[in-house]
Design a protein around this ligand. Structure first.
Ligand code: GLU
Ligand code: MG
Length: 442
């Protein structure tokens, strides 16, 4: 087929070309192995080989020296057939079916280092303890290098054609429910939003969406970047995580008109947990050195650890009732704004759910619901700042006795050693050099 099919499609048809089993690692890079499509049965039954120390890869091409695995051990990457998307053949470039995979022991039992398993456990806890499920949607901003035209303008959108239309078509074929494709505020910046989905599916889609964008852009001769910020003082690329909680019969449970922010008591408690554990969450959701060039007050990223109605400076924004992608039937959702695309979506959503659970258990200080016009400077000490560097976020995570219990020890230890290895690797670079280094990877 020549250049006709342009994107990804659902996996009903015979598999094209290779089958790829992928994980998303601690630095949000998608890694894995391919087999020929003729080997599909064994691939789905037993997965492909994998190596524990692969979890200790930094974003800059090395395995962290102090990783706990060394040369020992074996794992399997076990593909989840429900996650598969097809990248269609495009001219000379063959198609491929990509599966997200769980990392399991060679006997098929769960491996505690698996980031996808981390999210599964968090969602399972929420369901078992409260009978609740998460609906989520990850909203991504990224830059298409060289795209001209003004912020929000038709000219910028048209200038990025046919990439934009091809991307939207590809996401539709993949069943991801693209909702808005828009030219954003930053120079050369765009945003894509997807329909809400169950927590695990939403995080899977966030991982695959980035790959589909990069893959399509490369085939079109374009360069993209999801890095948190491309130049000092520039506009950030955020990944805003929208979430809603629903009960067993699909009824939304966050809303209660008349209460502060329209939040139910349960919703308030869930938010209390996220705000209380904000510094530890930053280490997971904003885990690169230059994430902290983005997370600054007055940049519409997240200007402090607070909950507010309809404020784009808030860590946690209560979105308006109507028409938001993640709004369940009741039209109510929360938006966690501190994340960026250097973070692993499974870890981000899993950590948010664990933090929300800490709030639900009543162990967190009730947080205030600030009005939309809240000003971080005027609020002063009433609003705690977010960590100002990756180093301080990692220290906060390690010091947070509740948060450390969310993670299997092997996962947390490896995360900290990978991130500290990155800090070492990038130490001494000025902000401009940091931006270049990180944007080359993401
Ligand atoms: N670019 C902003 C960020 O870094 C978000 C702007 C917006 O969409 O509200 O998160
Ligand atoms: Mg935006």
């Amino acid at each position: 087929m020549t250049g006709e099919l342009r994107g990804a499609s659902g996996p009903e048809d015979p598999a094209p070309g290779l089958l790829f089993a992928a994980t998303c690692d601690l630095v949000a890079i998608v890694r894995g192995r391919a087999v020929p499509a003729t080997a599909e049965k064994a691939f789905l039954d037993r997965g492909v080989g994998w190596v524990p120390a692969d979890l200790a890869m930094t974003g800059f091409g090395h395995i962290a020296d102090d990783n706990v695995f060394g040369a020992a051990g074996d794992l399997r990457l076990l593909p989840d057939s429900a996650s598969a998307v097809d990248i269609a053949p495009d001219g000379e470039v063959p198609g491929m079916r990509v599966f997200l995979a769980d990392q399991v022991e060679v006997d098929g039992s769960p491996w505690p280092g698996c980031p996808r398993g981390f999210l599964r456990t968090a969602l399972q806890r929420l369901y078992e303890e409260y009978g609740l499920r998460v609906l989520a949607s990850f909203e991504h901003e990224f830059v298409v290098h060289g795209a001209g035209g003004d912020a929000f303008s038709l000219q910028r959108l048209r200038g990025a054609e046919p990439f934009g239309s091809d991307l939207v078509a590809c996401l539709e074929q993949a069943g991801f429910g693209p909702e808005n494709w828009l030219p954003e505020y930053g120079s050369q910046q765009f945003e894509i939003t997807l329909a809400p989905a169950d927590g695990l599916v939403a995080a899977d889609r966030a991982i695959l969406l980035r790959e589909l964008v990069r893959d399509l852009a490369r085939r079109r001769g374009l360069r993209t970047s999801f890095a948190p910020i491309l130049e000092p003082g520039g506009t950030g690329n955020g990944v805003h995580v929208h979430l809603s909680l629903i009960d067993d019969v699909g009824e939304p449970v966050l809303a209660a008109p008349g209460r502060p922010g329209g939040l139910s008591a349960l919703g308030q408690a869930f938010c209390d947990g996220i705000v209380a554990h904000a510094p530890a969450l930053s280490a997971i959701a904003a885990p690169s050195v230059n994430s902290y060039l983005r997370l600054r007050p007055h940049t519409w990223s997240a200007g402090g650890a607070f909950l507010a109605e309809r404020s784009r400076e808030a860590l946690l924004r209560i979105c308006p009732g109507q028409g938001h992608p993640a709004a369940a039937g009741g039209g109510f959702n929360l938006e966690y704004r501190a994340a960026d695309a250097t973070a692993n979506p499974w870890l981000v959503l899993g950590a948010l759910v664990h933090a929300g659970l800490a709030g639900l258990s009543g162990e967190c200080v009730p947080t205030r619901v600030w009005p939309p016009e809240v000003d971080v400077d005027q609020a002063g000490a009433a609003i705690a700042p977010l960590p100002s560097s990756l180093g301080s976020a990692l220290d906060a995570l390690e010091r947070d006795e509740v948060a450390v219990e969310w993670f299997p020890p092997v996962l947390l230890t490896t995360f900290l050693s990978v991130k500290r290895a990155e800090l070492d690797e990038l130490s001494g670079l000025d902000d401009a050099a940091l931006c270049r280094r990180v944007s080359d990877v993401y």
